[in-house]
Design a protein around this ligand. Sequence first.
Ligand SMILES: [Zn+2]
Ligand SMILES: [Zn+2]
Length: 253
Amino acid sequence: MKLVDSHCHINDPQFDADRDAVLERALGAGVDCMVVIDSPEFAEPFPFLYATIGVHPHEASKATEETFARMRNFAAHPKVLAVGEIGLDYHYDFSPRDVQQRVFVRQLELAAEFKKPIVIHTREAWDDTLHAVAQSGGLPNGGIMHCFTGDATQARQALDMGFHLAFGGVLTFPKAEALREAARITPEDRLLIETDCPYLAPVPFRGKRNEPAFVVETARRLAAVRGATVESMADVTTRNFRNLCLPCESRNS
Ligand SMILES: [Zn+2]
Ligand SMILES: [Zn+2]
């Protein structure tokens, strides 16, 4: 069984002490492809790592012209599959909302220019996020709603716009029944899985540091929710990821 962790922060300092062992465990669990957020330099030496490039909404107020120049420099890098994570986070408001919105829109324009899919981070900013995407011309190259935690209504809204929904550890939490309903109604060809590690570890590791190997638990839960086998969920989510983010390679294979 092969799995893709479509969103991880394996470059986080929480992995500094044992990163090699973490990556070994991932490969041992069949997670042979991982996407590291905003870190092409980090992904470079590892054949099983890919990357995104982008300014997180928390960091929006720190973005300068140099930040966007760096994105432009990396746009054609062979490891960079998408622009992300970008979006709006009104829960923490680490950057003022108008700055978040400006930086988000600018990156939506860059993603369109680079012809890359986008990876959205949205928290307590659902309507503004969808509005900004629609205003900027929708999803010409596709997009991922990372760590999707909405209900079936929000899932349908995002799916109607063309988004893939990436389910993470929250899917396994006892109180996440509305999210599981969303996972049940998502068409098979729009499903993705991720860890967002080191955050949001799935049950039975909840509360511990998350790592890519644990994406298996989310795949297992997704299978149970949809009445499918874990193997078929692994196949489906891997194929979806490749079709969205590695279209040239998947045509060749
Ligand atoms: Zn995020
Ligand atoms: Zn993240």
